[in-house]
Design a binder for this molecule. Sequence first.
Ligand SMILES: Nc1ncnc2c1ncn2[C@@H]1O[C@H](COP(=O)(O)OP(=O)(O)OP(=O)(O)O)[C@@H](O)[C@H]1O
Length: 376
Amino acid sequence: MNVIDTTLRGETRARIQGRGLSKKYVTKNGITHALNDVSIDIHPGEMVVLLGPSGCGKTTLLRSIAGLEQPQDGEISINGDIVYSAARRHWVPPELRGVSMVFQSYALWPHMSVIENISFPLRSRRVEKARAHKRAGEVMEAVGLSGMGDRLPSQLSGGQQQRVALARAIAAESHVVLFDEPLSNVDAKVRDQIRREIVSLQRQLGFAGLYVTHDQLEAGALADTLVVMDHGKVVQIGPPSKVYDAPNNRYVANFMGPSNETKGKVVEAKDLVTANTPWGVVSGTLRSGKVSAGDMVEVMLRPESCRLSREPVDRPNAWQCTIERQTFMGAFVELQLDVAGPEGAFQLFALAPKYSFSEGESAWIKVAPQAMWVFA
Ligand SMILES: Nc1ncnc2c1ncn2[C@@H]1O[C@H](COP(=O)(O)OP(=O)(O)OP(=O)(O)O)[C@@H](O)[C@H]1O
C-alpha cells in the first residue's frame, strides 16, 4: 500500500512549522496562557508527540495547527504554505490545510457504513466512487478491518471505531496526520495493538505525525521526537530516551517517570557536584542551572538507577539497606528500601529482577554519579 509518495521522505523542509505561537484565554478567573511563544518543526516522516499534564496547552497547539483554533500571535506553515500568520492577518480554514485528524471521540458519521466513512475525505475531493472504495479497502486491510465495510459504526467496538477513524485519516493520502489523544477511550490491550499499527503505518507511508497524549509510556512508544509542555511553554524537545535519561529540569524528570528525591546543600561543584543531603554526602551530575558551594539543590534518582548487591560497595553514593517490601510489577519488582542514613533511616524505591531478593533481607545500594541528578 503505497498511499503517499515516499520519495518525499528525503526532503528536509519541515512539513509543519510553527513559530512564536501564543494564545491566551481571558476568563473571570484571570488570564490563561494556553500557548506562550511556542515554536515547533515536524519533518517529513517524523512522529512528534506533545506530552504534558492536563491543561499544559497540547490540544490548543494541535488544534491551532489543524485550524480549529486561532492563536493570537505567531505563524504556521504546512507543506511549505503559510496557513496562519498574525503579522499578515492570514488564516486558512481547516479543510484547506491538507491535514487529516484522528480524534479521541472517533467522530464517525453514524449513518454511513465503514467503507463510506473511510472514503468520505476522498469523495469530498471528488475522487470517483470506485477508486475511493478501492483505496478504502486497501487501508481497511492494513488496519485489520477487512470484511467490515458494510457495517455501521454503531455495530463496531470502540477499538474498531477508532481503527475506522485511523483508516479514514490514512486513506485521505495527507502528508500530515494529527492525532488528538486517539487511544484514551480504548482498553489497554487494544490500545497497545493500535499504537503498534500507527507506528508501522507511519513508517511504511512516511507521513508527518503530530500526536497529543498525557501518557508518557504511549509517548515514548510512538515518538521520534517528544515535545514536553508546561503551562503553555515547550520545556524540552528530544528523542524519548534522551528526555527520560537527561531531563532539563525537575518538572520533566518527574513527568517522565518516578524518582527518589531529596534536597541538599552544595559542598563542592566541579565536573561532579558534591552535596550534603539527608541521604548523606552524594556525588551527582548537574542537570540544570549553575551552582556553587553553599547553594541549595534538588537531588533526584530513578528507581532503576539503584544497583543492588549482597556485597558491600564503595562510596560515593553507597548505602546499606533492608528490603522492606516488594511490589510485583510484571517483568520486575519494585523494592521499598529502608536505608541507614547519617540523619536516621530514609526510604528509597528501586527496581530489581523478580526473585532476586526477599523481604527482610539486607543488601547494598550503589548509584553512579551520572544517575544522581542535581538540579539548581
Ligand atoms: N475555551 C477556553 N476558555 C478558557 N480557557 C481555555 C479554553 N480552552 C482551553 N483553555 C485553557 O487553556 C489551557 C490549555 O488547554 P488545553 O486544552 O490546550 O490543554 P491540554 O494540555 O490539551 O489538556 P488536556 O490533556 O486536559 O486536554 C488550560 O488551562 C485550559 O483550561
